[in-house]
Design a protein around this ligand. Structure first.
Ligand code: FES
Ligand code: FES
Length: 157
């Protein structure tokens, strides 16, 4: 077997393990993309969210066989972009600073949302982030941050 080829943060990689391994585990254990967090392992919390061909997915629910040929982006890759800089600034200014456990997924969810819908309503934002759970700080500041990023990032998305 030739291994499972996919692109990780812009670089082609070949995974030689099983097609049934979880993308979440492979990203953390084999590629050290530790922004991808392991929470519920059941597709409920969004802590393990990554972008796969631009679509937000929970990597705990993706088998490596399904990752073949795709482009996977984690926060490690996304943070090199101008869109990240805009989101990062907006999150900071709105005091939407979350913990290291939930924020990577929140930021990637915001990116996926704005990519699909550059001018979201508050309801769109709440819906777009509904798969990313935070049990501590609430969501209002995050919603404001995404609204401001959408305004400031005019043309980026
Ligand atoms: Fe994947 Fe919770 S760890 S959704
Ligand atoms: Fe990260 Fe609540 S889970 S701030």
């Amino acid at each position: 077997m030739d291994g499972i080829k996919f692109t990780l943060n812009g670089k082609e990689v070949i995974y030689s393990g099983s097609a049934t391994d979880r993308l979440l585990d492979v990203l953390r254990n084999n590629y050290h993309t530790l922004s991808v967090k392991c929470g519920c392992k059941e597709g409920e919390c969004g802590a393990c969210a990554v972008l796969m061909d631009g679509v937000l997915v929970n990597s705990c629910c993706v088998a490596m066989g399904a990752a073949a040929g795709t482009s996977v982006v984690t926060l490690e890759g996304f943070r090199e972009t101008e869109r990240f800089a805009t989101l990062n600034k907006a999150f900071g200014e709105a005091s939407a600073v979350q913990c290291g456990f939930c924020i990577p997924g929140m930021v990637l969810a915001a990116e996926a949302l704005l990519n699909k819908n550059p001018h979201p309503t508050e309801e769109d934002i709440r819906e777009g982030l509904s798969g990313n759970l935070c049990r501590c700080t609430g969501y209002n500041a995050i919603v404001t941050a995404v609204q401001n990023a959408a305004k400031e990032g005019n043309g980026l998305w």
